[in-house]
Design a protein around this ligand. Structure first.
Ligand SMILES: Cc1cc2nc3c(=O)[nH]c(=O)nc-3n(C[C@H](O)[C@H](O)[C@H](O)COP(=O)(O)OP(=O)(O)OC[C@H]3O[C@@H](n4cnc5c(N)ncnc54)[C@H](O)[C@@H]3O)c2cc1C
Length: 375
């Protein structure tokens, strides 16, 4: 679309091609609506590109060490196993790229017009595409912009901490890593790194990890983590990170210091609503429940046209609390039969990235299928 095409009517404009936006766009287009979707980064959003799916592939990779150990006990002769992080990351990227293509093609097949651009709301019926400057007049606007890692409150050296986004692209597996956070993202990454061979310390400010989960589950997960060599440090916060020669010294509230090759913060996520123009559409934001995040989320009260002034036809995708640091992970309870077959690896497709020697060079079909299931 060019700047000259300044007005382009659509029934539904979706901002953000993540899980929520893609699904809504496809369903609406399937019912005959003229739909345009804008994505500023990659089609598939957090879940496909830097969330559930790459994470699950890393989780599967991290389990093999134990499988090899167990196999020996069952009579298998297992040659000394070696792990190569760059190979895992390259194959994970290959699978994510393939899934992105599938998501794009499903949108196209449904007749959705895809625009690679940041989109901002000008008023309750107009969206502007920053890439071209074009304005689109819309019957409805769906805000499906998701969330991004919250960097944490500024402490000395907090710029050295990586987020979950960065963890998917580390050039090497850290020998030692400190992870701050007690939610599911922090816990899962602690287990991934430990399973792959890193020495992991998990620092959490509260009494026990996984706040909001069933207490038995919290205790069980913590015990299992500790049995696997992860040191879980509770009731502490990271107060400073000092860098020297690409090594980091982390200081905790109690005064203890820890050395590591990497420091990761997984302390919550903030909604992607900054400079989006939602105020122009009359949408109010509600403060988040947790004090750890500085920005609000779209108020549940302004999520539907019913609750907002009659002119406002903006909708927010996803549960309003899904981006708060206190929220729990929820895989949609979609029955297997109802899931879109097209988002699963297809039989006969190049899901394994086979090499010319016929060796398997990527995640197995079973693992790719499992990684995409339920998200
Ligand atoms: C590490 C990690 C692991 C996770 N694991 C799981 C799991 O196992 N199970 C589970 O159910 N959930 C999991 N989640 C959560 C899940 O990924 C999210 O709940 C889900 O992706 C939210 O979907 P969404 O469509 O609301 O937003 P997103 O998927 O974040 O999509 C929003 C999209 O909007 C785009 N965007 C933002 N602003 C603009 C703009 N102004 N213009 C154009 N584009 C814009 C963004 O680039 C993004 O692509 C995980 C999340 C993370 C971070």
């Amino acid at each position: 679309m060019t700047a000259s095409a300044s007005v382009n009517d659509v029934d539904l404009f979706v901002i953000g091609a993540g899980s929520g936006g893609v699904r809504a766009a496809r369903i609406a287009a399937g019912h005959g609506a003229r739909v345009m979707i804008a994505e500023e980064y990659r089609i598939g959003g957090t879940c496909v590109i830097r969330g559930c799916i790459p994470k699950k592939l890393l989780v599967y990779a991290s389990r093999f060490a134990h499988e090899f150990e167990d196999a020996a006990g069952f009579g298998w002769t297992v040659a000394p196993a070696a792990f190569d992080w760059p190979t895992l990351i390259a194959n994970k990227d290959k699978e994510i790229a393939r899934l992105e293509t599938v998501y794009r093609s499903n949108l196209e097949k449904a007749g959705v017009e895809i625009v690679k651009s940041r989109a901002v709301i000008e008023d309750e019926t107009t969206v502007r595409l920053l890439a071209s400057g074009a304005r689109v007049r819309c019957g409805h606007i769906l805000v499906a912009t998701g969330a991004a890692p919250f960097a944490g409150h500024p402490i000395p050296g907090f710029e050295h901490a990586i987020s979950s986004n960065d963890a998917f692209h580390l050039p090497a597996l850290p020998a030692e890593i400190v992870i701050q956070g007690g939610g599911y993202i922090a816990v899962e990454f602690a287990c991934i790194f430990a399973g792959l061979g890193s020495r992991v310390k998990l620092v959490y400010r509260g009494e026990n990890i996984l706040r909001g989960f069933d207490d038995d589950v919290r205790s069980h997960v913590r015990t299992e983590m500790e049995m696997r060599g992860i040191e879980v440090i509770v009731g502490e916060l990271v107060t400073a990170i000092h860098e020297r020669d690409a090594r980091y010294t982390v200081t905790l509230t109690g005064g203890r210091t820890i050395n590591a090759d990497r420091v990761m913060f997984a302390v919550g996520r903030k909604p992607n609503i900054a400079n989006l123009g939602i105020e122009q559409a009359g949408i109010k934001t509600a403060p988040l429940r947790s004090a750890t995040s500085p920005t609000g989320s779209i108020s549940p009260r302004s999520r539907s046209a019913r609750d907002t002034p009659s002119q406002i036809r903006c909708l927010a995708a996803g549960p309003p609390s899904s981006t708060t640091p206190t929220s729990r992970p929820r895989c949609s309870p979609i029955p297997k039969s109802a899931r879109s077959a097209s988002t699963r690896p297809r039989r006969g497709s190049d899901w394994r990235g086979s090499t010319s020697t016929g060796q398997r060079s990527g995640p197995s079909r079973r693992h790719c299928r499992a990684a995409t299931a339920g998200c």
